[in-house]
Structures are given as structure tokens and as C-alpha cells.
Design a protein around this ligand. Sequence first.
Ligand SMILES: *[C@@H]1O[C@H](CO)[C@@H](O)[C@H](O)[C@H]1NC(C)=O
Ligand SMILES: *[C@@H]1O[C@H](CO)[C@@H](O)[C@H](O)[C@H]1NC(C)=O
Ligand SMILES: *[C@@H]1O[C@H](CO)[C@@H](O)[C@H](O)[C@H]1NC(C)=O
Length: 623
Amino acid sequence: MNFKTVFVVFLFMKLHGCNIVLPMINDLIEHFNKTQIILAYLCDKNDAFQVVSHFSKKLYQVNVLSPNSRDMPYPTPPAFLTYVLDAGCSNTKQLLLLASEQKQFATPFKWIVYYNNPVELSFFIDEYFTKTNILVDSDVTLATINPTSGTFDLNKIYKRKINGSIIIENIGIWGRGLGVTDTGYEKITYKRRRNLTKTVLKSCIVITNNDSLNHLTDKRDIHIDSIAKVNYVLVQHLSDTINASLEYSVRGTWGYKDNKSQWSGMIGELTRNEADIGGTALFLTSDRIRVIDYIAMTTPTRSKFIFRQPKLSYVANVFTLPFDASVWASVCGLLVIIAGLLYVVVRWEWKKKDYVQVVNESNITEIHNSWLDVVFITFGALCQQGSSSVPFSIPGRITLIFLLVSLMFLYTSYSANIVALLQSSSSSIQTLQDILNSRLDVGVDNTVFNHFYFPNATEPIRRAIYQQKVAPPGQKPKFYPIEEGIRKMRQGLFAFHVETGPGYKFVSEIFREDEKCGLQEIQYLQVPDPWLAIQKNSSYKKMLKVGLRLLQENGIQEREVGLIYTKKPQCLARGSSFISVGLVDCYPAAVVLAGGIGAALAVLILEIYVHQRIQYYTRRRRR
Ligand SMILES: *[C@@H]1O[C@H](CO)[C@@H](O)[C@H](O)[C@H]1NC(C)=O
Ligand SMILES: *[C@@H]1O[C@H](CO)[C@@H](O)[C@H](O)[C@H]1NC(C)=O
Ligand SMILES: *[C@@H]1O[C@H](CO)[C@@H](O)[C@H](O)[C@H]1NC(C)=O
């Protein structure tokens, strides 16, 4: 069959109403699935009529538009929308350029471009698509008629980068009555196009210390620019998942808005399309969401107050803690009952006068018939001092033995409890409010964002912490370098606000094993973990997102984060070391002792005074 006869056959098909456009569009739309809205740019009135009536009957929303239009409006949301374009119309090239300009080849738009005149595919593509930006996230299907068989060849086209060369994916053929016969291609677009064959992506990283550039991968000085170091490695892994190569630029800040609403730093590069990937994760804030796309949380790191919980004896009276209030009440009740019994027995002994007289001659340790004696014996037993005198009768002795034995058991459990309590730390400080009300000193790591967030805190408690604890009026604000802060924290009664990863690195280096116990953290900043961001509406978004999920799923992310961020050290040596007890720990006991001494002295002075007065009066009376 030569070209002429083919053309004649073709013309014959066309002229005899043997329309193949409608069934082809129908089959393609059903093959690709997930279409609800069809925007058809057609010039053939007959085709247009058939398309509208056919798809309306099938409950699609159909619009036929003229390819001559200067604007390409579409209903929102644009999901489930498919464009159908007859490339044979006169104004097609301008329309394709317009669509490219308005980014209508990106997801979620789908395109079916057909051309039902015999044409060489490569020529057709060169002619129509060289200047368009049909990027990796596009879904553009070309249907070109194959003159020999009367079928349509189906191809998808895309470019790996702007102004790159066009890549053609053959996905099958369509034949009348046969429908779509596909080549078994991978249906998921980003999977099919995942190999970017070393296309260059630009990544911008944020470094606050120039020396970090020498240690991006060697895990040295991991407390400096930790977040840049973790994400640098992760972005490298990410580029491997899509076989891209990376070019880097370095900035000193993440970026903030200046007064002309221009963004500086890394965000500036992303908004000006100078970088594709923001290579260092950053905080998610509402004004940034408008200009960049966040794709994944890579570095779970937060800044928190870290401090050693104060010893229990600092915040509570450990001498009352061993027993519950009800136990204390029971102990008192027991003492009262036994003392009462003892008193009854003693009185009964003294009533039996003759019996007592016998023993009284030989024994001076007999309890006297007075309640004061009984109280003293009970008190002596309570203090584990034994008793100097004993009742003589059997019932009295049984009562006394009962008193001594029960108090011995109580004393044993009490003192065992005290020893444990003196070594334990309290859990009294759990919230920011507790920090504010406690005796803890507060310091803050000397970083850019702390200098920003602390003075700008608006919430009342956070504000009060800054004003009363961090920067009290008339004093230098307490911003310390990280190592100094951790050393202060080691001495106790000091809470340091620091990024936990680097903070714990110093803790594990500086602290003794037993000092790592009882570390407490409290969050101050109200920001989520930092996320990795890319250019807004990037065509690589899906690929990069999936790539990062992959890194997360197979554990690479956790490994890299674990290598840089030190976890909270485990408490392994609690109680195995010697703990010295200071005056603070025995404070209540010391108070009781001092009170006793004071009272004794007062009584002594009173006695001397009274004695002097009496002598004075007797002398006067004698005169
Ligand atoms: C990545 O791209 C390069 C360059 O095209 C190619 O040689 C290599 O095989 C690709 N790697 C993979 C894993 O596909
Ligand atoms: C880092 O280097 C750049 C240029 O090399 C310089 O402008 C900048 O001041 C340096 N920053 C620091 C913190 O040393
Ligand atoms: C805007 O920024 C420029 C420098 O970039 C500064 O000189 C000017 O004072 C700023 N204007 C306002 C209103 O802040």
C-alpha cells in the first residue's frame, strides 16, 4: 500500500461519517479512569457535537471550547479534569504554549492530544511541543493515527527539566473495536519516571558556621549545624532514589521577609527558583507555607528546657513522707491506746498495796503511779531508747513488750524509707508554670532562633519566664554557650533551654553516670519539628515526597538522625553511688533540734530571771 492509497482510504473513512475520534476519546478516558470533567478544545463541529452529547449522557461534565481562546479557565478544584485537544485545529500551537505558561501541564491536569492526519511522530512532537514545559509530573497522551493500520499510536511525553529534551513513552495502540491495547507500562507516573538519569537538581543548605562545610559528612562537631548535617546526607540519599545529581549553594540563614516582601536566605532562593530543594529542614510557619512546599519531617528535634530534677528533700519534708497520713494517725492511736492501758495497769498495781510493798523494797525501777511516768516510758519506746523502769505485774510487762516490739517494726520500716527518699529526685517540676514558681535558675542556649523566640513570646507564662528568669530587669540576659549551660545544669537547680540532640551530647560527655538520672525536659517553644521544603509547585514534588517516605520506611533516616542527634541518656546507675546528705536534706530535723535548743535556752533564762526576782524580794523583805 503506498501513501496515496492510504490517504484515499483515510479520506473515505472520514467522508463517510465513519468517525473514529469519539470512540477513541471515550476509550482513552475510560482507560485512564478518574475523570469527571472534560474540557475539549475542538474545531470540528461534528466532533464537538458528538463529544458533548455522548459524554453528557454518561454523566461527565463536558465543555467544548474554541482553540482560539486567549485564556484557559478551568473549574476548581482541578482534580479529575482532562483536557482533550484536536491538534489539527489552526491555533493549537499558541494554545499549548499558553497552557505551558499557565502551568496547566502539571498535576493534576491530564491531557489527550490527538491528530488524525497521517504524520511522522517525531516531526509532530518537534513541531508542537519543543517549547512547552511538560515536566515529570505531567500526564500528556498523544494519539497519532497510523495510516497503514488505521489505528492510533498512543505515547506519553515529558521533559526531565525545563528546556530539556522530550522523552517519549510508548503506552500502546488504540484500534476501532479493539479499544486500548497497552504495552504493560507502569501506570503510576512518578514510578515510571523515577530515573532522572542524573538530571541536576539544585539544593540550598543553611550553614551558620563556615567550618561546618568541612564536616558535612564526617560526623565531627555534630553539635554545630546538626540540622544541616543530617539533612545534607538525607538529601543525598534522596537524590539517589530518583537518580538525580545535586548542585549546592550555601546560605547563612533560613530566610525571613524583608520590608518589600522579598525573602532572604534559603527561602529566597526557593522563591526565585534558584534552588529546587531546600537542603536544610526549617520550621513550619504560616507565612512560609504560602511561598514554599513542605514535603516531609526529617529531623525530629526540639529545643526544650533540660534540668536535673531537684532532690526530693529540696521540695518536701522527707521526714513525714515515709508513712501515709492514715498510717501516722494509726501510729498515734496505737501509742495513745497502749499508754492508756499501761496507765490502767500501773494504777491497778498500786492499788494492790501489799503486793507492791513487797516488791518496792527490793526494786527501785518500779513505775510510779503517775501518768507522767507512763508518757515518758512510751516516748522512750517511740525513740527506741528502751525504758528505765518496768511494771512488776505480768499484764503490765506484756503491755510494755507489745509496745516495744510494735515500735521496733515501725522504726525499721521508717528508717529504710528515709534512706530511699533521701536518694530520690522529686518529680515536682512538670510544667512551665512549675519552673516559673520554683527556685530553679534558667538559662538559654545562645542561638539565633532563641534570641528571636524568647523576647517575642506573648503567652503570659512564657513571657513571665523570660522577664523574671531569663532576663530579669537590670541584669544581663542569661544566654549561654551550650557547654557552659550544661555545666551549670550539672551543678543543679538550673534549667537550660537547648536543642535536645546537642544538649544530650554534652550531657553524656560531662555528667557522671549517676548524674544522668532524674533529667527532666519541658518544652517552651510552640513550634513543630522542622520539615524539609522545596520550591512551590515543583514538578518533582511527588517523587521527592515518595523518596523521603522510602528513606523513612527503610530506616536510613533514623540511622542518620541517630548518628547526629544524641538521645536522652539512660539512667543506668541509680543508687549505685554514694550520696552525701547535707544540712538541706535534714532541714526539718535540724529545725526541730534548733527549736528545742532555743526553747531550752529560753527556759533557762526565764529560770535565772525568776530566781533573781525571788532573791531580790526575799532580800527586800529581810531589810
Ligand atoms: C542513573 O542515570 C545514569 C545516567 O543516565 C545511568 O547510567 C544509571 O544507570 C542510572 N542509575 C540507575 C540506578 O538507574
Ligand atoms: C563565612 O564565609 C563567608 C565568605 O566566605 C563570609 O562572608 C562570612 O562572614 C563567613 N561567616 C563566618 C561566620 O565566619
Ligand atoms: C526597608 O529596608 C531598607 C533596607 O533594605 C531600609 O533602608 C528601609 O529603612 C526599610 N524600610 C522600612 C519601612 O522598614
